[in-house]
Design a protein around this ligand. Sequence first.
Ligand code: 4AZ
Length: 257
Amino acid sequence: IVGGSEATLGEYPWMARIIHKNINGVKSFGCAGFLIHPKYVVTAAHCIHSKFTEIRGAPYSVLLGEHNTTSKIDCSPGGTFCADPVQISRVTKIIVHKNYDRSSNNHHNDIALLYLNKAVKLTDFVQPICLASEESIPKKYYMSGWGKTETAESSPVKMKVDLVAFDKVLCKNKFQMIDLEISESQLCAGGEKLKDSCNGDSGGPLMIFNGTHYFASGLVSYGIGCGMKDWPGVYTSIPHYLNWIKIQMLDINAKAP
Ligand code: 4AZ
C-alpha cells in the first residue's frame, strides 16, 4: 500500500496472507486474499504458480487474523489477551479461472478460489467479507494489505488507504496507449499521485462501504508501477465473477473429501 496508514487491530478481518512453501520447505509470502466463507478464500490467479492449479495438496497456507507479520506472540486459546490471534489453514484445493492466460499482460480473468482444510473460527479478528453483486461507482474505495509502501519494501503491519474511482472509458484509453486491453471484467481505481496498491497487495480486495458493511468490489490484479498519477491500478471485477465463485464453491463442496 502506497500513501496509506497502519490499519487498526482487527480492521478488515477478512484479509488473508497467502504463504507458499517451496520444495526446500522455505516459506515465502507473495500475495493477499480475502475470506468469503469459513472455508474459502479468494485471491488472484497470478498469485498461484502454474503447476499448482487444480491439484490437491498444493503447498500453500493461508494466515488469517494477522496484523503484524513479525510478531512472535503465542496466541494459543486460553492464553492472556492476544493482540494477534492468527489462524493458519492449509489450502487443500485451488481453482484458477480456466480462461486466465499467464502469458498475456492483460491479466484477464485474474481470479482464483482457495479451499481450506478446515473451517476457520470466526472471531473479532477473522470474519468473511460480503461480495458486491453489481458494479457501482463509489465516492471512495478502501484497500488494505502488506505490500510495498513508498519505501519500496513490503510492510510488516497491515496498512490501509482509500482510493478514488477512475472512469472506465478513460482507463481503457489510457491502457490502450501501451497495448493493454481493459475488459468489462476489470475495473480501475486510484490514479492519484502516491496513493495505490502495490506489489504484494495482489489478490486483496478493493472494498466499498455502504454505511454498515464492507463489500469486495474488486481484487488487486496489476498496475503500471505504483502511485503514479493518472495510472490507476487494475482490479478484477467481483460482480462479474460472482456466479463463477458460487459455481466453484458448489463444485468443490460436491467433490470435497
Ligand atoms: C503487483 O505487482 C502490483 N497499483 C499490484 C498492484 C499494482 C501494481 C503492482 C497497482 O502485485
